[in-house]
Write a protein that binds this ligand. Structure first.
Ligand code: 13P
Length: 256
């Protein structure tokens, strides 16, 4: 059985004070993570403060990106070990916004995911097609290339420590959620690909989140799909009620 995992990607939002306020509310509103793992990913400047607040909570902390080198003359970069030092246990890698706006490539995603594992962080590696790619019916080829690129040279053991997120780019921040059937079709494809590349056992165990306009009112139906193991939530994770309702509905769906 795969334990579902709901993660909130706060993107470039919230000061340290605002982050502290939100996480204080979340702690109260999400007292139980027995059936669903819960992760929040604030901006890097808020990590340490949020980590302090989460000390007596089961909500876990993640970062939104990392650099693959440990230290040295790399102005502006933050390494996996520094994220760990700030309290992070997870890190998002290869988000489509980084691929689109910050020149993230298959190769950099690969290096970042490797560096995260080396530092004991769990990478949440994102894949997903653009609207034009879906319309030209190349979704599966795009996802296959992203998976092969991200995990080139990975062992089955390394792969078993990865979390995947399928985020169709056309569904991110648009309010246009993929239908449960559309999402399930790609999740199943991803699991089959992982099985081909790393074996059936890894494929069966790996958790695949869906991301793109997830809200409290669509999470349950998505989670009812056989290969959807939770969600990576953007906009709706910035509000305490919105995010805790998503977690609650995911918990109910997980128990069915
Ligand atoms: P939205 O939930 O705002 O569509 O964002 C999804 C996302 O990009 C999460 O990483």
């Amino acid at each position: 059985m795969r334990k579902p995992i709901i993660a909130g990607n706060w993107k470039l939002n919230k000061t340290i004070n605002e982050a502290a306020q939100l996480v204080t509310l979340l702690k109260r509103q999400i007292p139980d993570t027995q059936h669903v793992d819960v992760v929040i990913c604030p901006v890097v400047t808020a990590l340490a403060a949020v980590s302090e607040i989460l000390i007596d909570s089961d909500i876990q902390l993640g970062a939104q990106d990392l650099y693959w080198e440990e230290k040295g003359a790399f102005t502006g970069q933050v390494s996996g070990s520094l994220l760990k030092d700030a309290g992070a246990k997870y890190v998002i890698v290869g988000h489509s916004e980084r691929r689109q706006f910050f020149n993230e490539t298959h190769e950099t995603v690969n290096k970042k995911a490797k560096a995260a594992l080396k530092n004991g962080l769990t990478p949440i590696v994102c894949v997903g097609e653009m609207l034009a790619e879906r319309e030209s019916q190349t979704t599966f080829q795009v996802i296959e290339a992203q998976l092969k690129g991200a995990f080139a040279g990975f062992s089955a053991d390394e792969m078993s420590r990865i979390i995947l997120a399928y985020e169709p780019v056309w569904a991110i921040g648009t309010g246009k959620v993929a239908t449960p059937a559309q999402a399930q079709e790609v999740h199943l494809f991803i699991r089959k690909e992982i099985s081909i590349l790393f074996g059936e056992e890894v494929a069966r165990g790996i958790r695949i989140q869906y991301g793109g306009s997830v809200k409290a009112d669509n999470i349950a139906e998505l989670m009812r799909q056989a290969d959807i193991d939770g969600a990576l939530v953007g906009g709706a994770s910035l509000d305490a009620n919105g995010f805790s309702d998503i977690v609650k509905n995911a918990q109910v769906a997980a128990l069915k």
